[in-house]
Ligand binder design. Structure first.
Ligand SMILES: Cc1cc2nc3c(=O)[nH]c(=O)nc-3n(C[C@H](O)[C@H](O)[C@H](O)COP(=O)(O)OP(=O)(O)OC[C@H]3O[C@@H](n4cnc5c(N)ncnc54)[C@H](O)[C@@H]3O)c2cc1C
Length: 496
């Protein structure tokens, strides 16, 4: 680690993104102060500021790798605290829209635990680092600006409603205060424009509960994911094993098909999923928590990168800048990717504080962050568009063709471990989605297509409206649509 060149940086929000930002800022600032609204306790608890921790969280592979890189020993601590290491491809029975995903031995070990445990472990690691101090029980109420640069924040005890605040000086302020961030209002109060926003909403709702997992030697899975199958089936179910021999179960419904929060309704919703496997599992399990619900699931990006004017020395990261529909499990991982970007951006500015004090430096960061958020955004909103009731992104021809192609790829993943591996790696943000168009996969999709014989008249009509390049995909789709596998009631074990 190089010698810090800056005096003090302030991070707003002490959740996953704020802690990871603090971790990398500590390489460049003698002091990093994290302001967290909640009064934090040294225990893995769901707190008011992170209500999403009541819902099942999956840490994608890319996120896991970055966390291990930034916080060596974290994974060992989590395992010691009861987290489990799963083979994502083998241990999670996954009902795709085309049927059960083939299960195989992969190199995708996944850490499974509650979000509360994960955040607590991250916090314990981060506070041990030199120069980092978490001031909990205080909220940031405004930015302090001088001559076009943010030079600090005003904080106030979270329980205090008066106008008296205390000012903290900082050379850089990083906002990691989540979906509800007040950054647009703070900028406006200083005379800057608010960032424009793009929202794509499939109106997903979640209801979640923790169960004590009963032992069952015959069970051949550790986790379950029952995907929806739009447009006909809007419901999903996730069951992930977490510490203390428990299951974290989340049910979800798109297009406002919200899961109920009463005992009976929750079970009925589970029973209505595409396979009875999750329902059967939880009816045999003892609930150990209330049922929690959320509807805060819209994909929403605030375009800080498009601001015509903004202050220097102020950055906005993670959910505060771009929040995703949580169904795709991308939030913590994109926060981690953003932390790596912040480190790179700080390193590129060298040991001087001069460039950090220039507006262009902050603007460039937001532009780079927007660029790396583009892939997860495309994945999440592209899938959300499959729901007819989605708002915010047009289901245009290009996207329809893409859906058809992906449907064919997903159909292959029910029996082809090599294709499933590529899909899982894409989903885990390890490789770019373009790998799904690798010639080997295109060839398999084509082969799947030419084993069938005819094109129906209606489908021919579809192809007439497409560009030449799209026709082959449409034809493949036409050929294969009629033999799409039906859902099974039990997950297939693969050959690997
Ligand atoms: C239902 C649901 C399920 C999810 N599932 C997954 C999943 O499976 N995998 C995944 O990777 N992600 C998932 N996510 C997203 C994930 O929780 C977040 O992306 C992740 O926590 C990173 O968020 P963050 O740190 O930016 O913000 P948050 O976690 O929301 O934290 C913001 C913090 O800022 C504090 N704060 C707010 N305002 C102020 C202020 N003015 N002053 C001081 N402090 C303030 C809050 O108290 C809070 O601690 C899910 C989200 C939801 C809603």
């Amino acid at each position: 680690m190089s010698t810090p060149s800056g005096q003090c940086a302030v991070v707003v929000g002490g959740s996953v993104a704020g802690l990871l930002a603090a971790r990398v800022l500590a390489e460049h600032f003698r002091q990093v102060i994290v302001i967290e609204r909640d009064a934090l306790r040294d225990a893995p608890l769901v707190r008011t500021g992170t209500p999403q921790a009541s819902h099942a969280h999956v840490l994608l592979q890319r996120g896991r790798r970055i966390l291990s890189e930034l916080l060596p020993g974290l994974e060992e601590d989590l395992l010691a605290a009861g987290a489990l290491l799963l083979d994502f491809a083998k241990d999670v029975a996954w009902l795709t829209p085309a049927g059960w995903g083939v299960r195989y031995d992969s190199e995708l070990p996944t850490l499974s635990c509650s979000r509360a445990l994960l955040e607590w472990a991250v916090r314990r690691h981060v506070v041990r680092l030199t120069g980092i101090h978490i001031q909990s029980g205080f909220r940031v109420v405004r930015l302090v600006e001088r001559q076009g640069a943010v030079v600090g924040v005003t904080i106030r005890a979270a329980r205090c409603s008066g106008d008296v605040g205390q000012t903290l000086d900082a050379e850089l302020v990083v906002d990691a205060s989540g979906r509800g961030s007040a950054a647009p209002q703070w900028l406006q109060a200083l005379g800057y424009p608010r960032p424009s926003e793009t929202t794509v909403n499939a109106f997903h709702g979640y209801a979640s509960r923790i169960f004590r997992a009963p032992s069952d030697p015959a069970r051949d899975w550790m986790g379950l994911y029952l995907q929806p199958k739009p447009p006909s089936m809007r419901r999903l179910g996730i069951l992930m094993p977490i510490e203390m021999g428990q299951w974290h179960v989340s049910l979800g419904g798109a297009e406002r098909d919200y899961p109920p929060t009463d005992d009976e309704g929750f079970l009925e919703f589970a029973r209505s999923l595409r396979s009875p496997i999750l329902y059967d599992a939880i009816t045999a399990a003892e609930p150990v928590s209330p049922i929690y619900a959320t509807r805060a699931t819209a994909n929403r990006v605030r375009h800080f990168e498009r601001l015509s004017r903004g202050p220097a020395a102020f950055l906005v990261v993670a959910d505060a800048a771009c929040a995703f529909n949580p169904v795709y499990g991308q939030g913590m991982t994109t926060a981690a990717i953003g932390a790596l970007l912040l480190r790179e951006h700080l390193r590129a500015s060298g040991s001087t504080t001069v460039s950090r004090a220039e507006r262009a430096w902050s603007a460039r960061f937001q532009t780079r962050l927007a660029a790396i958020n583009r892939v997860p955004w495309m994945l999440a909103t592209g899938e959300d568009c499959r729901f007819k009731g989605s708002e915010g992104r047009r289901l245009d021809l290009e996207l329809r063709v893409m859906h058809r192609y992906l449907d064919r790829v997903v159909a292959l993943t029910t029996h082809d471990p090599a294709v499933r591996d590529v899909l899982l790696r894409t989903f885990n943000l390890l490789i770019p989605p373009s790998r799904l168009f690798h010639p080997s996969i295109l060839a398999k999709v084509a082969r799947q297509a030419i084993t069938l014989r005819s094109i129906s008249l209606t489908d021919r009509q579809d192809t007439q409206n497409m560009h030449t390049g799209d026709v082959s995909l449409a034809i493949m789709d036409t050929f294969t649509r009629r033999r799409a596998p039906t859902d099974g009631s039990s997950p297939a074990s693969g050959t690997g």
